[in-house]
Design a protein around this ligand. Structure first.
Ligand SMILES: Cc1cc2nc3c(=O)[nH]c(=O)nc-3n(C[C@H](O)[C@H](O)[C@H](O)COP(=O)(O)OP(=O)(O)OC[C@H]3O[C@@H](n4cnc5c(N)ncnc54)[C@H](O)[C@@H]3O)c2cc1C
Length: 413
């Protein structure tokens, strides 16, 4: 069976890997020279990930399985104990978690949550948090949580699609707080110790390992798709099945479907490297709630999460996530000075604009995806970060699911 996989991000790479394991004859099409999509590690002069960097152990079991299956066990690294420490930049100062919970406005919200009746339908994260807790909890706790994953607007993002965990606690225990306490008691056994993990060589090591297993890969831009015929800038070829792992905006152009657009958020990132240790605190980093009115959404203390990736003992590596708005380096550095007091001139800095990088699972997302899937022709399957989860683990799951759904071609008379 000939299978085309379109898109060489982690979703497409996983789909191609698992389809090959099923015995399919796979060709992977990727328009860029580099495979990996948003997975992009750079090593010189400081180690940096431009895209994903941390994987939560308890929620990345399929990704871990894949890493082990690829023989990358010795490449695995786990986060430093420091990474458990999280901060919020709130009311003009850096506050270590759980201190931000101890304001009267938040406590009032936490106290009423136990008594609020569950609501069965979907709603925005903001509506969910305001209904169950109060507006302060929505804007100061749930907003930064959603910024950290989706860089999005909590009054548009769906609770059911973005954080199904909270909705499940509400359904199962009648209260998020009660559910969290009960869940904490049920400790899962995990295959590795450490809250977060990555690879010594970064996500590039995973991309390279997957790429080396895929027998046929073509650098080509996919132009059109018709009944399994893939037309690219390099020519046309007929396939029995196609797994489309392209960004969602490409689908209406390539497939006989009509779909409501899935919003994609852009984000700017500023990466800063210093040859000395100048962080005032150790930790994972901090988030800045939208209500603070800042350009900076958060800052990740890369050097203190995975010191194994530091080039020298003393160095500091920071990734600042910024709202895209014609940012200048000077303006971001000014906010950083205000937030963590970093005033030194960086030894390395790079500002990147990540265009349409993060899918927004806005309210009604599940229905949008179900409608999209109903219209797919039988020779086409989907994989990607806009389907059932934006994390790398969810992308691996979506690629594997697409590969497992491959059907042998129906012979035509
Ligand atoms: C800044 C950032 C930080 C993140 N951090 C984390 C994290 O810490 N942990 C985590 O789990 N997740 C994280 N994520 C999410 C995760 O990285 C992404 O959801 C995931 O990498 C998306 O993979 P994908 O294969 O679905 O899509 P993509 O990576 O977008 O891959 C799609 C591929 O299709 C190719 N393509 C597009 N059009 C065509 C065409 N016409 N023909 C051929 N090829 C084409 C593209 O070049 C691309 O390579 C982060 C994302 C970003 C942007």
């Amino acid at each position: 069976m000939k299978v085309a996989v379109l898109g060489g991000g982690i979703s497409g790479l996983s789909a191609a890997y698992f389809a090959q394991q099923k015995g399919a004859e796979v060709t992977l099409f990727e328009k860029e020279e580099r495979l990996g999509g948003w997975m992009n590690s750079a090593t010189d002069p400081f180690f940096f990930e431009r895209g994903p960097r941390t994987f939560k152990t308890s929620r990345s079991l399929e990704l871990l399985d894949l890493i082990l299956d690829l023989g990358l066990k010795d490449e695995l690294i786990v986060s430093d104990e420091n990474a458990k420490v999280r901060f919020l930049y709130l009311e003009g100062k850096l506050q270590r978690f759980p201190k931000p919970l101890f304001s009267w406005a938040i406590i009032k919200g936490l106290l009423r949550e136990w008594r609020v009746a569950p609501f069965p339908g979907d709603e925005s994260i903001g509506e969910f948090a305001t209904r169950r807790f109060n507006r302060a909890v929505a804007d100061r706790i749930f907003d930064p949580l959603a910024l950290g994953v989706f860089a999005g607007d909590i009054y548009k993002l769906s609770i059911e699609s973005c954080f199904p965990f909270f909705k499940q606690l509400e359904r199962e225990y009648g209260s998020v707080i009660k559910g969290m306490i009960k869940q904490k008691k049920k400790k899962k056994r995990l295959p590795i110790q450490g809250e977060l993990f990555s690879l010594k060589g970064g996500t590039k090591a995973l991309v390279d390992a997957l790429a080396s297993r895929i027998a046929r890969h073509q650098r080509a831009d996919v132009i059109s798709l018709k009944e399994g015929m893939v037309e690219t800038t390099q020519g046309s070829e007929q396939f029995d099945q196609v797994i489309c792992a392209l960004p969602p905006k490409q689908l209406p152009r390539l497939l006989p479907i009509t779909m409501e657009e899935i919003e994609m958020r852009s984000v700017d990132i500023l990466q800063l490297g210093f040859k000395r240790d100048l962080l005032p605190v150790k930790g994972f980093g901090y988030l800045v709630p939208t209500c603070e009115g800042k350009q900076v959404m958060g800052c990740i203390f890369d050097s203190s999460i995975f010191p194994q990736q530091n080039r020298s003992k003393e160095e500091t590596r920071l990734t600042v996530m910024v709202r895209p708005n014609q940012n200048t380096m000077e303006a971001i550095l000014k906010e950083l000075k205000e937030q963590i007091g970093v005033t030194a001139k960086p030894d390395f800095c790079a500002l990147h604009h990540l265009h349409e990088a993060i899918p927004q699972y806005n309210v009604g997302h599940r229905e949008r995806i179900a409608t999209l899937k109903e219209q797919l022709p039988p020779w086409c399957l989907l994989a990607g970060n806009y389907l059932t989860g934006a994390s790398v683990n969810a992308c691996v799951v979506s690629g594997k699911k697409a590969a497992n759904s491959l059907q042998l071609p129906v012979s035509t008379p």
